[in-house]
Design a protein around this ligand. Structure first.
Ligand code: PLP
Length: 389
């Protein structure tokens, strides 16, 4: 039995495996050295109490004859879909509950959404960006066009940077890895362009909760017209530490192709997905309460403080960087090939980060640091980076 040819087109996934191997080898040879990682894109703060309480309550409920639940609705329980709708209403965006699909996280839906479109379609993807967009499209046998994200355009490619028309356009704001976030006016241009071209925007808002600047919308649906050209993919992972629990949501407006996209996605999910665990959806519901959001924001503030500490150290050392404001990522210029800088930082300062080249060709010469470590380690790592000659 042959495997799909498209899998042969995937580049080897050397980024995080390559980092882990290099770090393990260094630690083996230098057991006395304290290595600090600012490389991971995973959260480290414990789960917030409202989510833990809800998990325990729901687990206890499941252990009773009256409270037991088996298969749930594939698209999510009504209680969580309504809570997500209320969350959007709080941002001035009106959604119907059946436009919201509860998922086991953004990564699944970013790739799975391609199931409803023809193979071989054209996808427009920023470079650099979260690598799953590229690999998901390669697996699906799609054609990929890249749009350059560089210091010149503030790492935010615009329609004027695009050559040919694409069927789907991926936008990630706030962006992983650059930390750049689109303003309302910039998103307005994208919506206008997508409507003119008949393209679908797949908008990844996994980091929306980190946005602090008023002119950067938390959702693309703040922009008039977006309901006619965009789906939005969101996650509780970075918002509330659900990277291990797994829960997110995808908004698919009724207006898209006369509801055909919503109907196709519902059909796809009902065939290939059996829903997120009840107890996890109860925990997610708890995140969206006022007490839950307050606790989640305290953790986000903790990470953002780490970002500020890193930023200050880089400023002092005269190292140019981007991001760190509406995002947990700092995108620094490293002045050499990014894997060389990785080696230098590991061996001379015992700090681990992520080489920019792993996110696309435009990531060369850049290095990603994350704010997800603990405060003391972050401060120490930032000082070591700044002191490195
Ligand atoms: N989108 C972006 C831009 C990410 O950086 C990540 C994870 O790092 C994801 C999506 C995946 O999130 P989830 O944990 O919800 O699958």
């Amino acid at each position: 039995m042959k495997i799909n040819d498209t899998f042969k087109k995937l580049a080897p996934s050397y980024l995080f495996a390559g980092i882990a191997n290099k770090v393990a080898a260094y630690k083996r040879e230098n057991p006395d050295k304290k290595v600090i990682s600012l490389g991971i894109g995973d959260v480290t703060r414990p789960l917030i109490k409202p989510a833990v309480d809800a998990l325990m309550k729901a687990a206890a409920e499941m252990g009773t004859a009256e409270g037991f639940r088996g298969y749930g609705p594939e698209q999510g329980y009504d209680f969580l879909r309504s809570s997500v709708a209320a969350y959007y209403a709080g941002r001035g965006v009106s959604l119907q509950a059946d436009e919201i699909f509860i998922s086991d996280g953004a990564k699944s839906d970013l790739g799975n959404f391609l199931d409803i479109f023809p193979r071989g379609m054209k996808a427009l993807i920023p470079d650099p960006v979260y690598p799953a967009y590229v690999d998901g499209n390669i697996m699906s046998g799609n054609e990929i066009a890249y749009m350059n994200a560089t210091p010149e355009n503030g790492f935010l490619p615009m329609p004027s940077d695009v050559g040919e028309r694409a069927d789907v356009i991926y936008l990630c704001s706030p962006n992983n890895p650059t930390g750049a976030a689109y303003t309302f006016d910039e998103l307005k241009e994208w919506v206008k362009y997508a409507l003119e071209q008949g393209s679908l925007i797949i908008y990844d808002a996994a980091y929306e909760r980190f946005i602090e600047e008023d002119d950067c919308p938390h959702t693309i649906f703040s922009v008039p017209g977006a309901r006619g050209c965009a789906v939005e993919i969101c996650s509780f992972s970075k918002m509330a530490g659900f990277t291990g629990l797994r829960c997110g949501w995808t908004v698919v407006p009724h207006e898209l192709q006369g509801n055909a996209i919503n109907a196709a996605w519902l059909r796809r999910q009902c065939v290939k997905f059996n829903g997120v665990p009840y107890i996890v959806q109860r925990a997610a519901e708890a995140v969206l309460t006022p007490a839950g959001l307050k606790a989640a924001d305290e953790n986000i503030e903790y990470y953002k403080n780490n970002a500020r500490v890193i930023g200050k150290a880089l400023d002092k050392a005269g190292i140019r960087y981007y991001g760190g404001k509406n995002s947990p990522y700092i995108w620094m210029e490293c002045g050499m090939p990014s894997w060389d800088y990785f080696d230098k930082l590991l061996t001379k300062a015992q700090v681990v980060g992520t080489p920019g080249a792993g996110f696309g060709k435009n990531g060369e010469g850049f290095f990603r640091l994350t704010a997800f470590s603990d405060a003391d380690s972050t401060a120490e790592a930032a000082a070591r980076i700044a002191a490195l000659k």
